[in-house]
Design a binder for this molecule. Structure first.
Ligand code: 5GP
Ligand code: ZN
Length: 144
């Protein structure tokens, strides 16, 4: 896509520090890393949303993330664990509208924490959780 930063990186029109590339995806370091090794895994074919990727490509991003995290752990980069995170859609905080999976090594004292504000447990008794689970699961087989 013409005005997409990540498509420009794929086409080598913009620089990046590359880690990995195959037919489907590529990975490079985030330009503003939260820790050393913070990388982005992206599909080569432009899609704004993770939910627009086909099931194989979506799965492949995670396989590559797994490979890279193992490489980071084998390297000299400080890593005692990692956070994988993905913002799908502007409302979820996605800023670059070419779907991407963040992988960020973590270690004790790195000063970074990815987390949720959990709801009050009383808001979601088992009955409500079961109803929500049913609403989702009945559509699972209809998705690509
Ligand atoms: P988002 O908030 O969309 O999940 O994250 C976008 C990420 O892309 C940010 O962490 C930001 O630092 C990174 N980013 C934005 N522009 C560039 C760029 O030109 N090159 C690289 N390597 N990363 C970028
Ligand atoms: Zn793009």
């Amino acid at each position: 896509m013409k005005d997409c930063i990540f498509c420009k990186i794929i086409n080598r029109e913009l620089p990046a520090s590359f880690i990995y590339e195959d037919e489907t995806c590529m990975a490079f370091l985030d330009i503003h890393p939260i820790t050393e090794g913070h990388a982005l895994v992206i599909p080569k074919h432009h899609q704004e949303r993770f939910t627009q990727l086909n099931n194989e490509v979506a799965g492949h991003l995670f396989k590559v993330a797994h490979k890279i995290l193992n490489a980071i752990e084998d390297s000299e980069i400080k890593s005692e664990g990692a956070n994988l995170f993905l913002s799908d859609g502007t409302v979820a905080g996605q800023e670059v509208m070419h779907s991407h999976l963040h992988i960020a090594p973590t270690f004790k004292g790195d000063g970074q924490r990815v987390g949720f504000s959990h709801s009050d447990p009383e808001m979601f008794p088992r009955k409500r959780l079961d109803e929500i689970a049913t609403k989702i699961s009945k559509f699972i087989n209809e998705q690509s």
